[in-house]
Design a protein around this ligand. Structure first.
Ligand code: HEC
Length: 131
């Protein structure tokens, strides 16, 4: 391969990296793949309305809900006063870095680091949350 070609390739990689960094929204996720990611949440959460609260609040209807308002759940003061409207954007931020987005909240979960896991679990939550 000629040097100029190698250069062009390297530039293309650099540029696509820069653009990927700029894209704020996640790619559309896959709900079936998200069901697998949600297994990590299930130790503490149900998304089936009839199953109620567990260690964490029930997540049925969470999209469109205000943070800290699921009936019968004993939230931390941090979550009670956070005043977040849960939508895809705020859920993404919280699930990526729970303690960073809502300092002192009591969800003992480190967060999802992979964009694909986040996109997929959001697709799953969107699907199940309104069932
Ligand atoms: C170890 C238990 C645990 C795990 C695992 C866990 N959570 Fe939580 N989650 C909690 C607790 C406890 C709270 C309440 C936090 C508070 O009151 O400070 C919470 C709060 C939340 C909230 C805010 C709900 C509301 O009503 O305001 C959302 C959304 C959420 N979790 C989603 C998830 C998702 C999605 C996952 C998996 C990717 C997950 N959680 C994993 C325990 C957990």
């Amino acid at each position: 391969m000629k040097v100029s070609k190698i250069r062009a390739r390297a530039l293309a990689v650099v540029f696509s990296g820069a653009f990927a960094g700029h894209a704020l929204a996640l790619d559309p996720g896959n709900a079936a793949a998200g069901a697998k990611v949600f297994k990590k949440c299930q130790a503490c959460h149900s998304i089936v309305a009839a199953e109620g609260n567990k260690i964490g609040p029930n997540l049925h209807g969470v999209i469109g809900r205000k943070s800290g308002t699921q009936e019968g759940f004993n939230y931390s003061d941090a979550m009670k006063s956070a005043g977040i409207a849960w939508d895809e954007a705020t859920l993404e931020k919280y699930l990526r870095d729970p303690k960073g987005f809502v300092p002192k909240n009591k969800m003992a979960f480190a967060g999802l680091k992979k964009d694909s896991d986040l996109a997929n679990v959001l697709a799953f939550i969107k699907q199940e949350s309104t069932k």
